[in-house]
Write a protein that binds this ligand. Structure first.
Ligand code: NI
Length: 259
């Protein structure tokens, strides 16, 4: 690793998370000095959508997405979709997210409820012509059915599927988001995906405070650590890190309509 300052755009983070309660402002003030030119913070429920909006108003380089995460899709207030519409009118809210399917934590929300909430949000995104940020954990088959039916524009974040699935996602016009796992020593699928997909469809992300890359695995994550992810993908593709960072920054701006 070098000390080169890369142009880093973190397409997926959670700076509203309680893990940042002690030093959130300190971190968000320091990141631009480490090359971070942009962040898209995710809402996961009504409360974190409001926190995301507040963060976008405080930090110029921080943008947001508003959505209901599948783990938070149970027992929503009756007017949740109306509230979401209001959030999406904010000029720094650039996508519907984080939304999707999570079949790993079914006790948090049953499949049928997850699907209903996802359906409503995909329809809303298409109606308003917004990109979506999709979470797909252990739900690849159903996720692909949704993508084929709704044809949203957007990104499948923390992509964990096969190369074949990645190719189909790209054929449907979406982007692939890669994060910490591509640096793990036992990584297999994500390394193949990082090598195979067209560079113009790749986004980098942290999912901070989660998913820290090697050599920081297990520690709290932040957007500056994307350098390890981009450097690893550059190594996998046999190009210089700058090529990866410049392309993914452009890709993130293009997808989310950021100048
Ligand atoms: Ni996330």
């Amino acid at each position: 690793m070098t000390d080169t300052l890369y142009s880093i755009f973190d397409s997926h983070a959670h700076y509203d998370a309680e893990q940042f309660n002690d030093d959130r402002d300190e971190i968000l003030t320091s990141l631009p000095k480490k090359g971070v030119v942009g962040i898209v913070n995710m809402g996961t429920d009504i409360d974190t959508c409001l926190q995301t909006i507040a963060l976008t108003e405080k930090y110029d380089y921080l943008y947001g997405a508003a959505g209901i995460h599948p783990e938070c899709a149970k027992d929503l207030p009756a007017n949740w979709l109306t509230q979401l519409r209001t959030f999406l009118k904010h000029d720094k809210i650039k996508a519907v997210g984080e939304i999707g399917l999570d079949y790993h934590w079914l006790e948090l929300c049953p499949k049928e409820t997850q699907k209903e909430v996802l359906t409503a949000q995909l329809a809303l995104a298409n109606e308003l012509d917004y990109p979506v940020v999709l979470h797909d954990r252990e739900a690849h088959g159903d996720m692909m059915d949704f993508l084929r039916e709704y044809r949203p524009k957007g990104v499948v974040h923390c992509f964990s599927g096969s190369v074949e699935m990645a190719r189909e996602v790209i054929k449907l016009g979406l982007y692939i988001g890669l994060d910490g796992p591509v640096t793990f020593k036992n990584a297999r699928h994500s390394v193949e995906v990082a090598k195979d997909i067209p560079l113009e469809r790749l986004l980098l992300e942290t999912d901070a405070p989660y998913m820290s890359p090697e050599p920081l695995r297990g520690k709290r994550n932040d957007s500056a650590n994307i350098r390890y992810i981009g450097e690893r993908i550059a190594e996998i593709r046999g190009v210089s890190p700058e090529v990866i960072f410049n392309a993914t920054t452009e890709n993130t701006k293009r997808l989310f309509g950021i100048d």
